[in-house]
Design a protein. Structure first.
Length: 213
C-alpha cells in the first residue's frame, strides 16, 4: 500500500495496510476494501500538518453463523515500511503506535490474542479492550527505513440474536477521535522533535459482514 503527502516543515510518514483474515465456522466471504486514512501531525513548533494514507484491507469472515455460536476473526496486517527520509528530512523512528477496531455489535467478544509480527523494535506489542474498542499497541521504536509487520489479532466472538449482522471496521471518526496514532522522531536543526500524529478513515465502510441465522 502507498501513502502520499507533503509536509511544509516537519514531514512524518507511516505507510501501512491492514488485512482482516477470518477463521470461519461457516462458508467464508472475502472482500478487498480500499480506505483513505486522513492524518494530522502536530509538531511542537508551527502549525499542524495533514496528509493521507491509502490502505488496502482484505477481509475474510464467516458468511453466516448460528445464534449463540462461537466464531473467530483475525486481523493480519500487511508488512509496512517506514521511510528513512522524506523531502530531505530524516525519520529517526516511530513509536507508541496504537490501532483501534470497534468491538463488533451484535456479538460478544470473549477473547483477543496476538500472534506473529516482526521488526517491531524492543517493545512488546499488546492488545486489550478499552471501552468499546480493541486496541493494538506497538511501543517500538521502529527505525526509519525499516520494514515491519504488526502481529495478527485473533478475536473470538459469540454470535448474538438471530436476524442480526456482525460487521467489522476500522476505528476513528476525527483527528480528536482517531483510530490510529503514533509519534515520529524527526531531527530538525539542532534538536529532535517528537511529532504526535492522529489518523482516522475518511469513510469507514464495513470490512466484513456476517449474518446470524
Amino acid at each position: 500500500m502507498k501513502s502520499t503527502f507533503v509536509f511544509s516543515r516537519l514531514p512524518v510518514v507511516l505507510a501501512g495496510g491492514l488485512a482482516l483474515v477470518g477463521l470461519a465456522v461457516a462458508p467464508a466471504s472475502a472482500a478487498n476494501t480500499s480506505l483513505a486514512i486522513a492524518c494530522q501531525a502536530t509538531p511542537p513548533i508551527g502549525s499542524a500538518q495533514t496528509f493521507t494514507l491509502s490502505a488496502g484491507v482484505n477481509a475474510t469472515a464467516p458468511a453466516t453463523v448460528a445464534s449463540g455460536s462461537s466464531f473467530a476473526v483475525s486481523l493480519a496486517p500487511d508488512a509496512l515500511t517506514v521511510p528513512s527520509s522524506v523531502s530531505g528530512y530524516t525519520i529517526n523512528s516511530i513509536s507508541g503506535i496504537k490501532l483501534t477496531v470497534p468491538v463488533p455489535a451484535n456479538a460478544t467478544l470473549t477473547k483477543e490474542t496476538l500472534s506473529g509480527g516482526s521488526g517491531l523494535g524492543s517493545g512488546k506489542p499488546g492488545v486489550a479492550v478499552s471501552g468499546s474498542s480493541i486496541v493494538l499497541t506497538v511501543p517500538g521504536p521502529i527505525s526509519g527505513g525499516s520494514t515491519f509487520t504488526f502481529p495478527a489479532i485473533t478475536l473470538t466472538l459469540t454470535a448474538g440474536a438471530s436476524g442480526k449482522t456482525v460487521t467489522t471496521q476500522l476505528g476513528g471518526s476525527s483527528y480528536t477521535s482517531p483510530g490510529l496514532t503514533f509519534t515520529a522522531s524527526v531531527p530538525v536543526l539542532f534538536f529532535t522533535a517528537s511529532v504526535p500524529t492522529t489518523c482516522y478513515p475518511s469513510a469507514s465502510p464495513a470490512l466484513s459482514s456476517t449474518s446470524i441465522d
